[in-house]
Design a protein around this ligand. Structure first.
Ligand code: 76U
Length: 470
């Protein structure tokens, strides 16, 4: 008779599970050979002093998984299984794959944050409740591939009013990240079309487009934005730009360059400009500058927006506005792809915008970021004096700081790590293969998560990174 050890303690799990495990193990190890007959249910139950039900459940599970088969009126038999061709190895998980917890920074100058401590979570919760109360029934099926209609309608209204982007909800495609939307774009744009991206620029989009299998062309950003000459010579037909606040230089593209880029797109069929308007909600001096999309009468601009900066990166909600010609291609080639962002978040956001909470939040955050940014800049100049120059500070949640120090950027970033200061340099945005010329170090200063009372300490640490003992 089979040898099976059962443990009858609270923690050892149900008896049928133990019988099932033991038999499975013996089959896999070949202790029970193929076509061996197993004891009858009654025999095994008597032998193990367990109820028939425990044996029945164990046998049923083994049959369901295919370890055991039955023959009518003859009983239970071990299935014929191939032996594994590889011997089991001692389990060693590669050291480099073990996830380390990200360091606890003292202060953050990261450009990747928004300020969660000022987010109106109560109001958000209320909107989620409203969304559940009115739309819970719609959560039981897959939503439209482009996302919830109600939210698309609300976004179309909002960007019409705040960014001058005139579009219909039908043109909007929602997605869980800007990166994913670029994946979609790569799918629906002509296979031979080459993408041009800003250099320096946003690495993640560059890498994403690269992964779509075609060369991606980094085009120099001069003092007005992406160079139209270099773009024309590159042979690209889709140019990705950040006109409201160039990532990372912070430059606001003047209308002269906007017109030049639009004219570039009008010169040939199939040319498009992707306007990535990631942090346009925050503009500190004068009125907001309308999106490049608003100047485009020939429908060559694909507008991309995100709620990562205006609300929270953790919401994972972005969208793009497709010109009708590309929308037709999307419908034909990509609408089998399911929506990637959560319906519940979309519906909550719809209520959040509709009830006016969104605009209230943007207003409050603009005021807050404006103050933090002014205090930070003042503190930087007080501490560093004339050894720094700041650029790109007129909009968005970051600016650049060039430092007149002999210490290279790498050494500054190393020091920052040592002081648990989150800090990034321009190398992060370097897309061309040629190494950057060794000039003065330039670092990117994000201020979204800085608290007013931390500014002096954070700036003094930053000073030590640049000028303190090596
Ligand atoms: C986003 C640019 C240029 C879009 C961005 C960002 O997926 O909607 C930066 C880094 O949150 P998503 O992307 C928004 N376009 O810089 C946001 N930047 C990233 C998160 F902050 C990371 O990796 O340097």
């Amino acid at each position: 008779m089979l040898s099976i050890q059962l443990t009858r303690s609270v923690n050892s799990g149900p008896l049928y599970k133990q019988i099932y495990q033991a038999l499975k193990q013996q089959i896999l190890e070949g202790i029970l050979a193929e076509h061996d007959q197993l004891p009858s249910k009654r025999e095994l139950a008597d032998h193990l002093h367990v109820s028939m039900n425990s044996v029945i459940s164990a046998y049923q599970q083994l049959i369901a998984e295919g370890y055991v088969y039955t023959k009518e009126r003859r009983g239970y038999f071990v299935e014929a299984l191939d032996a594994f061709i590889a011997a089991p190895e001692e389990e060693i998980f590669p050291e480099e794959l073990i996830e380390k917890r990200s360091p606890a920074y003292q202060f953050s100058f990261s450009h990747m944050n928004a300020d969660a401590s000022l987010f109106p979570f109560r109001a958000w919760q209320h909107c989620e409740q409203q969304a559940l109360r009115h739309y819970a029934a719609s959560l039981d099926n897959l939503e439209h591939p482009q996302g919830q209609w109600l939210l698309r309608e609300e976004i179309a209204r909002t960007i019409g009013r705040t960014r001058g982007v005139r579009c219909r909800p039908e043109q909007i495609v929602l997605g869980a990240s800007t990166q994913w939307l670029f994946d979609l774009l790569a799918m629906i744009c002509d296979k031979h079309a080459l993408f041009a991206v800003e250099h320096p620029g946003y690495q993640r989009i560059y890498q994403q487009l690269h992964a779509s299998g075609r060369p991606v062309l980094p085009i120099t950003v001069d003092y007005k934005g992406m160079s139209p000459q270099e773009l024309e010579e590159s042979g690209a037909s889709i140019a990705v730009v950040t006109p409201s606040h160039q990532m990372p230089t912070g430059l606001i593209m003047p209308v002269s360059r906007r017109i030049q880029l639009l004219n570039w797109s009008y010169k040939e069929e199939g040319r498009y400009i992707v306007e990535d308007d990631y942090d346009a909600e925050f503009k500190y001096e004068g009125d907001p500058i309308p999106a490049l999309h608003s100047l485009d009468d020939l429908k060559r601009v694909i507008y991309v927006g995100t709620f990562s900066k205006s609300l929270l990166p953790g919401l994972r909600l972005s969208y793009m506005v497709l010109p009708p010609a590309l929308l037709a291609v999307y419908k034909h080639q990509a609408s089998h792809l399911m929506q990637t962002s959560s319906s519940l978040i979309q519906l909550a956001l719809y209520v959040f915008i509709k009830s006016g909470e969104y605009q209230k939040h943007i207003k409050r955050m603009s005021k807050h970021y404006k103050t933090i940014r002014a205090e930070l800049i003042e503190s930087l100049y007080d501490t560093f004096g004339s050894s720094i120059s700041i650029t790109g500070e007129k909009a968005g949640l970051h600016f650049l700081m060039e430092i007149n120090t002999s210490r290279p950027t790498g050494a500054i970033l190393e020091k920052a790590k040592e002081y648990r200061l989150e800090l990034y340099g321009m190398d992060r945005f370097w897309l061309k293969e040629t190494a950057p010329a060794e000039g003065r170090p330039v670092i990117i200063i994000g201020f979204a998560r800085l608290r007013s009372h931390d500014i002096a300490s954070a700036v003094s640490l930053l000073y030590r990174c640049c000028f303190g003992r090596a």
